[in-house]
Every structure is written in structure tokens, then in C-alpha cells.
Design a protein around this ligand. Structure first.
Ligand SMILES: *[C@@H]1O[C@H](CO)[C@@H](O)[C@H](O)[C@H]1NC(C)=O
Ligand SMILES: *[C@@H]1O[C@H](CO)[C@@H](O)[C@H](O)[C@H]1NC(C)=O
Ligand SMILES: *[C@@H]1O[C@H](CO)[C@@H](O)[C@H](O)[C@H]1NC(C)=O
Ligand SMILES: *[C@@H]1O[C@H](CO)[C@@H](O)[C@H](O)[C@H]1NC(C)=O
Ligand SMILES: *[C@@H]1O[C@H](CO)[C@@H](O)[C@H](O)[C@H]1NC(C)=O
Ligand SMILES: *[C@@H]1O[C@H](CO)[C@@H](O)[C@H](O)[C@H]1NC(C)=O
Length: 502
């Protein structure tokens, strides 16, 4: 009995021993192979970073640069998820990585932004309007500090070159469409039809400093989305971008009758769900309104049922976003609405309504809810995900509801160094970096900041229906600035394609 047991014990330990040895061997061999394979790519990265002027070693003074480097390489692979090994080397070599130490202190406050004004807001705003205000820039003139501080590192990964650094150059060959060639521009963005007479705002082309940036090619774009669903989800500024995309694509469509809304809906600001079918390309270009990306709900507070925001639950329209091939999200402006900003009895998680929650915390939680949804429901092998960050508004001499204006501006600003990088953008970047799914950031904030001349101002309505002096310095005329955002989207889709084939 005793011997038997001891024998069986020994044979077990022998198996354990043999197993350990062989798995260690396998592990070591795999590790060795992996190191050999990934070395060239690490080397490329290092090489690139140290040769880029944007990489400034002294900004790492308080931390080990080796650690930061490791971090950046990790994030790099996370962001790119290349299809296969050789592609990976090529693609990394073409990427530029910037790393920036966050400042401590966190004193910035985001400049007042208007929510995309709804009809109700405009009524309210009209009462608060003060006429004859002096033109004083509402943009704060401080240093352009990049981020709200939390003492962490930030990495920025760009495709090929840094598209955010550059300038607007006058180019007679723009715009890519007109109010006459595109029947789909809705009243709010149709500045020319509403009587805007200065022309140059349509003729600026974004020129990145370090690379050439291809002009939008509608035929190529239609090829890229052939048989697919291109879906925009977000607030009215995303509707702005979506309409721009429709108009730009129409440029390559021979028979405009072969483009139609699948439910026969006409674009208005009230309805929120549209799907345009491009028959010859078997693709759809869709827009779903979602101001916050999370669920707008109601809860009983005291005696009354009041509107709440379920920062722990995705927007109920999300079932429609599933199955898209390209998704372009945004949310920003509604988070500066009075209710969201105050955060009193408004933010809800489960059954609990927070008596008070600050808007940055709520924004972060909402984005994490969105991120979890994407990670759970989006197959990165099939769907490309983009997030467009906030588009700046340009109210001078007041806020959107207190006489702020921009109608006098007919040229881009020469200098935006006084504008602060919105805190929300920092939160978006942090959340995206934590995601499993690769998300490409459409970083339009800085380049749009120059374009004070691009807003509808007093041309967001037909002249006769202009009922108040409220100006729209949040949305954008079409053709106009959102066309550039779509050129950036096109650029990313195309270069992804390239990296697959080169
Ligand atoms: C690097 O940063 C330091 C301090 O922030 C600055 O003085 C220096 O000019 C920068 N160097 C380059 C090459 O940008
Ligand atoms: C890997 O990428 C190369 C070029 O980047 C391509 O030629 C090759 O077919 C790819 N292999 C696989 C398995 O996808
Ligand atoms: C387009 O705008 C111009 C003004 O720039 C206007 O004269 C014309 O009537 C508009 N066309 C359409 C179809 O609305
Ligand atoms: C859009 O579709 C969603 C999901 O079906 C629905 O909940 C929402 O009410 C629709 N919105 C509009 C404005 O039609
Ligand atoms: C911007 O620069 C241009 C060309 O240098 C100049 O004509 C224009 O007046 C400047 N605009 C402002 C607002 O300073
Ligand atoms: C976005 O662009 C701005 C400049 O316009 C830059 O300061 C910021 O760091 C960029 N963000 C990322 C994540 O690249």
C-alpha cells in the first residue's frame, strides 16, 4: 500500500517535471522567435522617433525615457493592429509618435462652447440677446496648453505625418461641390442659398506642414465603401460632416436618381435617422443622431419624472450602428449645455441618480460605456472605427445665447495660439488608448480653430425666416470645413488600404 502510493506519487512528479521542462523549452523558443521578429519594428520605431523634431527628449526630464519608449511602442501596436508581420514593419516605419509630458496644475478651463442650438434653445437664447455688443474675442489668450493634467504621458500616433500641423492655403480649385450641385445640404448649413455673398470661405485647403494631403476623390471613396455601410453617429455637428460626405460623394455619381434615402426621408434637423443608398455602389451612408452616445432617459426625482442621462447605458439606437463597416462617432457640444454642466440630479447609473456629478467625470464614464460597447460589439477585423474630436465654436462678444457673433469674419484666423485644447479631447484620447478595438482619432480641433469664417453665423436660415439675431458660430457652412474632416477620413481609409498592399 505504502509503496504503491509512493510510486504513483513519483510518477506524477515525473510527469509534472517533464511537462514543465518541455513547456519551458517551447516558451523559450517562441520568445526567441518573437524577439527576432519584432526587433526590426522596434528598431524602426526608435529610429523614427529620434529623428523627428517633434520628439523632444528634454520633455522627459522627470521620467525614464526607456519606460516612455516602451509605452509608446505598446500603444503603437495597439493602435495599428497590422494585418501581418511584414505589414507591421512597413506601417510602423511610416508612423510618427509624439509623446508629451502632461503639465501639472490643471488650471485650464475649456472656452465656452455652445451646444448645437435646438429650436427650443434658440427661443430661450433670443430673450437673453443683447444687441450692439463690442467685438471682443471670447477665445482665451493663454498659452496653448495641450492637456488637462493628471501627470500621465500622452501619445499621439499619426498616419504618415502629423496632419494637425499645417496651415490653410487659398486654393481656387475648391470647393468640391456647390449648393447647386448638391441637393442634400439642409437649410442650417446652406449658407450660399441663405444669402451669404463672400466666397473665399469655401476656397481654403488644409495644407499639412510635413506631407502632401490628397484631395478628396469621390470615385476612389465610393470604391472604398463599395458594398459597405458608412455610418456617422453623433450630434448635429456629425450630421454636418455626414451631409458634407454625401455631397462630396455625389460628385462621382452619374445619375443622381440612383441616390436616395431608404425611407424617403427628407433631411431636417428634427429627424435623426437617415440612410442614403448609392445604388450603383451598393453602399449606404448613414447618420444616427445621438447627442451623448449614451442613453437619454427619465427618472422619478421627488414628485416628478425628470430627464436623466444614463452614463452607464449605451444609446438605445446602438442596434443600428452594429454591422457598419466604417463608424464615425462624436460627442462634445451637448456636454456644455447647462444641464450637463451643472450635473444636478441629472446623471444616472442603474437606479441611482447622482444628486451632483461633475461633467468631466460624467463625460469620462459615458465614454467608457461607449468604449465597452465598441469593444464588445465591434469586430475590428470587419469594422473601422473613428472618433472625431470636438469642433471649436467661435462666439465673439458673448455666448451662443447672449449675442455672441462671428458674421463679420470672412477670413480664417492667422493665429490660434490663444485657444485652449479642450479638456474633453484629453478624456477622449485617454479612453481610446485603453480600448481593445483600434480607434482612429480624427483630430480636427486645432485645424478647425482657425476657421472662424466657416460658420453659418446669420446664414443658417433663409433670410425671411430669420427671427432673431442669434448667430450660429458652432455649425459649419457647406461646402466648407467639414469637407476637410472628410478628406482626413478619406486619407485614413486610403492609407490603411495602402498599408495592406505594400
Ligand atoms: C525641447 O524642450 C525644451 C524644454 O521644453 C526646449 O527648451 C527646447 O528648445 C526643446 N527642443 C526642441 C528641439 O524642440
Ligand atoms: C502580408 O502582407 C504582405 C504585404 O504587406 C502581403 O503581400 C501578404 O499577402 C500578407 N500575408 C497575409 C497572410 O495576409
Ligand atoms: C446657390 O447660391 C447662390 C448664391 O451664392 C444663389 O444665387 C443660388 O440661387 C443658390 N442656388 C440654389 C440652387 O439654391
Ligand atoms: C432613430 O432610431 C432610434 C432607434 O430605433 C429610435 O429610438 C429613435 O427614436 C429614432 N430617432 C428619430 C429622431 O427618428
Ligand atoms: C492675417 O494675415 C494676412 C496676410 O498676412 C493679413 O492680410 C490679414 O489682415 C491678417 N488677418 C488678421 C485678422 O490679422
Ligand atoms: C490634436 O491636434 C492638436 C493640434 O491641433 C495637438 O495639440 C494634439 O496633441 C493632437 N492630439 C493628438 C492625440 O494627436
Amino acid at each position: 500500500m505504502e509503496r504503491q502510493r509512493s510510486f504513483s506519487f513519483k510518477s506524477t512528479s515525473f510527469f509534472v517535471f517533464a511537462f514543465t521542462i518541455s513547456s519551458s523549452l517551447i516558451f523559450l523558443v517562441s520568445l526567441f522567435t518573437w524577439v527576432l521578429r519584432s526587433n526590426p519594428s522596434i528598431h524602426q520605431n526608435t529610429h523614427f522617433q529620434f529623428n523627428k523634431p517633434v520628439f523632444n527628449l528634454s520633455s522627459f526630464s522627470s521620467s525614464s525615457s526607456a519606460e516612455s519608449l516602451k509605452l509608446s511602442i505598446l500603444k503603437d501596436t495597439h493602435f495599428l493592429k497590422p494585418e501581418n508581420e511584414s505589414g507591421s514593419v512597413k506601417f510602423s516605419a511610416f508612423n510618427q509618435i509624439q509623446i508629451q509630458r502632461l503639465e501639472d496644475g490643471g488650471s485650464e478651463i475649456e472656452p465656452e462652447e455652445a451646444p448645437a442650438p435646438s429650436m427650443k434653445d434658440i427661443e430661450v437664447g433670443a430673450n437673453e440677446l443683447t444687441e450692439g455688443d463690442e467685438v471682443t474675442a471670447s477665445l482665451k489668450v493663454d498659452e496653448f496648453k495641450a492637456y488637462p493634467s493628471n501627470g500621465k504621458f500622452k501619445e499621439k500616433v499619426m498616419n504618415g505625418c502629423d496632419l494637425t500641423k499645417g496651415k490653410w492655403v487659398y486654393d481656387e480649385s475648391y470647393p468640391l461641390y456647390t449648393n447647386g450641385s448638391c441637393p442634400l445640404i439642409d437649410e442650417g448649413f446652406n449658407c450660399d442659398t441663405n444669402g451669404r455673398r463672400d466666397r473665399s470661405y469655401k476656397k481654403w485647403k488644409w495644407q499639412p506642414q510635413d506631407c502632401d494631403f490628397p484631395r478628396f476623390n469621390a470615385a476612389k471613396m465610393l470604391d472604398l465603401i463599395k458594398g459597405k455601410r458608412l455610418v456617422f453617429v453623433g450630434d448635429s455637428i456629425n450630421r454636418n460632416q455626414w451631409e458634407s460626405m454625401l455631397c462630396m460623394l455625389m460628385g462621382a455619381v452619374k445619375d443622381p436618381k440612383k441616390v436616395y434615402e431608404t425611407h424617403g426621408r427628407r433631411i431636417t434637423k428634427e429627424k435623426g435617422n437617415y440612410s442614403f443608398k448609392f445604388v450603383d455602389y451598393k453602399c449606404t451612408v448613414e447618420y444616427y443622431v445621438s447627442h451623448f452616445l449614451v442613453h437619454e432617459s427619465k427618472a422619478r426625482i421627488g414628485q416628478k419624472r425628470r430627464p436623466t442621462l444614463r452614463i452607464d447605458a449605451i444609446d438605445h439606437g446602438s442596434s443600428r450602428w452594429k454591422g457598419a463597416d466604417i463608424l464615425v462617432f462624436n460627442t462634445a457640444h451637448w456636454w456644455s449645455h447647462y444641464k450637463t454642466k451643472a450635473g444636478i440630479n441629472y446623471y444616472q447609473e442603474g437606479n441611482q441618480v447622482h444628486p451632483k456629478l461633475d461633467v468631466s467625470t460624467a463625460f469620462r464614464k459615458a465614454l467608457m460605456t461607449w468604449a465597452a460597447w465598441v469593444d464588445r460589439h465591434i469586430n475590428p477585423g470587419r469594422t473601422r472605427v473613428f472618433f472625431r474630436n470636438s469642433a471649436p465654436s467661435h462666439f465673439r462678444g458673448g455666448l451662443w445665447n447672449s449675442g455672441g457673433h462671428c458674421a463679420e469674419a470672412t477670413r480664417p484666423l492667422n493665429d490660434t495660439s490663444g485657444m485652449e485644447y479642450p479638456e474633453k479631447n484629453g478624456i477622449v484620447e485617454e479612453v481610446i488608448l485603453q480600448m481593445k478595438t483600434p480607434v482612429t482619432l480624427l483630430n480636427v480641433t486645432g485645424l478647425s480653430a482657425y476657421r472662424i469664417d466657416g460658420h453659418p453665423s446669420i446664414y443658417g436660415k433663409k433670410p425671411r425666416t430669420q427671427s432673431s439675431n442669434i448667430q450660429d458660430c458652432s455649425h459649419w457652412c457647406l461646402p466648407g470645413v467639414p469637407d476637410t474632416w472628410n478628406e482626413i477620413l478619406f486619407f485614413h481609409l486610403q492609407s490603411k488600404q495602402k498599408s495592406k498592399y505594400h
